[in-house]
Design a protein around this ligand. Structure first.
Ligand code: HEM
Length: 502
């Protein structure tokens, strides 16, 4: 049903484009989008930081109900933000103004150790290094060819995850922690042919814990972002902690790099992994040592949290909705029968499992606000001026719950993604559903994630019954989120696996 709505929206938009072409109006003469006035100086920052703050995506969704799908606001003194909260406005921003939105919002923590200056997340589209980094991910991590070559790595670690969970039959498991370990080991084996989740970094901390600690500060709303003049003081200590964490990650990746380079100068052994590829580029002076360590840091930060969060939310939603849990487990039993472990080539037999993941990403997109920055003049959205330097946030969380597009938007209903309604993450017209973003900055790990995430979820569920810890009923599963820039459960999910595998 929502396709029909989008088609009307598209027609309306393209008609209005044609009219705009006939009577071209400079955006300078257009009004700015409406929005809350905010207190002088403090702007709208109090919505996000402080004792009364709520999740940024939820606050902005509420404000959009008053001010409309294209709304402006000023969080403190950070500059002007425009928030986009409908599929039609998202299409106008991400498809028609993709080039104008050629940079990102760079939070204060990303300046730690000058990380943003060489980071695939934060470099603008005009940067040659950004293009080189994306080309490496596109060709060697997420292309059809590289995914085919690495399916055995995903299968091996998915199986290990299933074995670990089955071995703990009858005892509560922290679902997110178990999944994170699997994701990190998959990525590290593809990156440099080793397991890292349980490895120790400088200072004795486990790699897995270090990643969690860095991401915690990385994604938390920060007073330094709302009031940049306070950034040197680093009131919350976020930049300081992120610097310490990044230093350990850089050292860890740099050691890998040095070790392999020293080895390869003796025996020219090739491992067929990502490190071989970047070392080749280093040899041709296309990537520096510092760019390589930052590249690996970004890949681990980008892949681990998003994939782990998606599986954890899916499990929480299934435990809360036992009828859907039954359906997905029936599908696994019917299609995989007595097979011990799920493998990637089984996934095409599991449409309901895929629908569960799509529905999870609609309700709880791990990156709910796409943060872009306008780099060229004369941009407009919906007849409002969006001047150069403005930050544009596309609110995927609001769009995924837009009642004009999604019937019963608050209901967890995987069935909406079955059959004809099976949305495609890349659908050019479907701006009601973009959990991986869109345009030039679309997630380069999309094809990788859409193989890994279903495989991990299926591995948790196949031949394992899940119960809630004693005393908890399905309605007690807490679906509130932590209130950060990344959408994760406020209460990490604990559940008890009961293995049915003999
Ligand atoms: C369920 C899993 C994932 C989700 C939901 C997700 C979502 C996203 C979103 C929404 C963006 C921003 C896109 C935009 O601005 O239009 C993004 C960017 C990015 N993602 Fe993912 N992602 C996932 C997994 C991964 C994986 C597995 C990798 C790496 C292998 C990855 C690497 C990246 C990188 C490097 C960027 C920055 C791209 C740029 O700014 O040019 N992601 N992701």
């Amino acid at each position: 049903m929502h396709y029909q709505t989008i088609t009307y929206a598209n027609i309306t938009l393209s008609l209005s484009d044609d009219l705009m072409g006939l009577f071209h109006v400079s955006s300078a003469s257009l009004p700015l989008p409406p929005g809350p006035a905010g207190l002088p100086l403090v702007g709208s920052a109090l919505h996000f930081i402080g004792p009364f703050s709520r999740s940024p995506h939820a606050v902005l969704t509420g404000l959009a109900q008053t001010y409309g799908p294209i709304m402006s606001f000023r969080p403190g003194m950070a500059g002007d933000f425009v928030v986009v909260s409908s599929p039609a406005a998202a299409r106008e921003a991400l498809a028609e103004n993709d080039a104008a939105l050629g940079a990102r919002f760079v939070p204060d923590v990303a300046h730690a150790l000058a990380h943003s200056s060489e980071s695939v997340f934060f470099l603008p589209n005009s940067s040659a290094l950004w293009r080189r980094h994306r080309a490496v991910v596109g060709a060697h991590l997420s292309s059809g060819l590289s995914l085919g070559r690495t399916s055995h790595v995903r299968d091996r670690h998915a199986r290990r995850l299933a074995e670990n969970v089955r071995a703990r039959s009858g005892t509560p498991v922290a679902v997110g922690v178990a999944v994170l370990g699997a994701v990190l080991d998959v990525v590290s084996n593809i990156a440099f042919s080793e397991d890292v989740a349980g490895a120790r970094v400088q200072g004795g901390q486990m790699f897995k814990e270090l990643i969690v600690a860095v991401l915690q500060d990385w994604t938390k709303p920060n007073v330094s972002d709302a009031f940049p003049f306070l950034a040197p003081v680093d009131l919350l200590g976020s930049r300081h902690r992120v610097s310490r964490g990044l230093m350990k990650l850089y050292k860890f990746f740099d050691d890998e790099f040095v070790e392999r380079r020293l080895l390869s100068s003796c025996d020219h052994e090739r491992h067929g992994d990502l490190l071989d590829v970047v070392l080749e580029r280093h040899a041709k002076s296309e990537l520096t040592r510092s760019e390589i360590t930052k590249f690996f840091t970004d890949i681990f930060l980008a892949s681990s949290n998003t994939s782990r969060i998606t599986v954890e939310w899916a499990m929480a939603l299934l435990l809360k909705h036992q009828d859907k849990m039954e359906k997905v487990q029936d599908e696994l039993a019917e299609n995989l029968g007595c097979k011990d472990f799920v493998e990637e080539h089984d996934l095409h037999k599991l449409p309901y499992l895929h629908a569960v993941i799509k529905e999870t990403l609609r309700l709880q997109p791990p990156a709910p606000l796409l943060p872009r920055k306008v780099v060229t003049g004369d941009m407009s959205l919906g007849g409002f001026a969006v001047p150069v330097g403005t930050y544009v946030l596309v609110n995927l969380w609001a769009i995924g719950r837009d009642p004009a597009v999604w019937p019963d938007p608050e209901v967890f209903l995987p069935e909406r993604f079955l059959g004809d309604q099976a949305a495609n993450f890349r659908g050019l017209d479907d701006f009601a559903y973009k959990p991986f973003g869109a345009g030039r900055r679309v997630c380069p790990g999309l094809d990788f994630a859409t193989r890994l995430v279903p495989l991990l979820l299926a591995s948790l569920l196949h031949r394992v019954q899940w119960r809630l810890p004693s005393g908890m009923a399905p309605e007690d599963v807490d679906l509130r989120d932590r209130g950060s820039m990344v959408l994760e459960l406020a209460t990490p999910l604990q559940a008890v696996p009961v293995s049915t595998h003999q």
